[in-house]
Write a protein that binds this ligand. Sequence first.
Ligand SMILES: NC(=O)c1ccc[n+]([C@@H]2O[C@H](COP(=O)([O-])OP(=O)(O)OC[C@H]3O[C@@H](n4cnc5c(N)ncnc54)[C@H](O)[C@@H]3O)[C@@H](O)[C@H]2O)c1
Length: 246
Amino acid sequence: MVDQAPRVAVVTGGGSGIGLATCKRLRREGFRLGVLDLDPAGASEAAADGLGLGVDVAVASEVSEAFAAVEETLGPVDVLINNAGITGSLEATRLHETPVDEWDRVMGVNVRGAYLCSRVALSSMVPRRSGHIITVASVAGMDPFPARSAYSVSKAAALLLARSIALDYAGDGIRSNAVCPGMAETPMTKWRLDQPDLRAAIETSIPIGRVAQPEEVAEAIALLASGRLAYMTGHGLVVDGGWSLR
Ligand SMILES: NC(=O)c1ccc[n+]([C@@H]2O[C@H](COP(=O)([O-])OP(=O)(O)OC[C@H]3O[C@@H](n4cnc5c(N)ncnc54)[C@H](O)[C@@H]3O)[C@@H](O)[C@H]2O)c1
């Protein structure tokens, strides 16, 4: 049995990189989009005929107001894509070297943000007994990246958030999955990939021999969002060119 085609998706962090590619891909699938991003212009552009809003996903009141506006404008949210995320500044390295504020900032966006958006989305999905939450975690949440403690821990939490929701809401007709990208070429990773030596070292360590384009991660998100994998819940879909095999 295939899910009924969902029509309204909220994409957080949809103004750039993987989120932007996901918005474009989902629009082609006929979704109407609510896009929540710190950058209101980027959000509006990505939403096209949907609704783009300047929102900090780590602020509860902003998230609640944004979901209310999306539901009023576009109707009930069928799919939430928790994509907004940050790696933290260059100071966010090994644990004892990571400033407390920086730790809190990374957790605030990557974990609290996904929690706040999921919480509001679920409160409207539960009475409808329908919905799908897709959280963009990372392979860093499965095996830690070196000297990226806050980011790795936050992505492990994001992955478990997806699995926890899957367990607690399966009986309510709601599914939850995660996508775990390896390295994709986006503004987040540009500073590394723009350095030829660093890029070569990264690409050598990836069995497929190159980093992903954001569209390749968006394709995995769109497959989950399509409802074609209707029996899948609590899964972390790894899209990393074989990186985590090494
Ligand atoms: N690029 C990669 O290699 C890679 C790998 C694994 C996982 N990821 C994850 O994919 C997601 C997207 O990453 P990306 O590479 O496209 O990054 P990006 O920096 O290109 O885009 C992130 C977007 O999130 C928005 N954002 C940041 N903080 C926000 C907040 N508090 N509230 C609302 N919006 C906020 C930014 O404005 C930006 O538009 C992140 O969760 C990231 O951790 C990326």
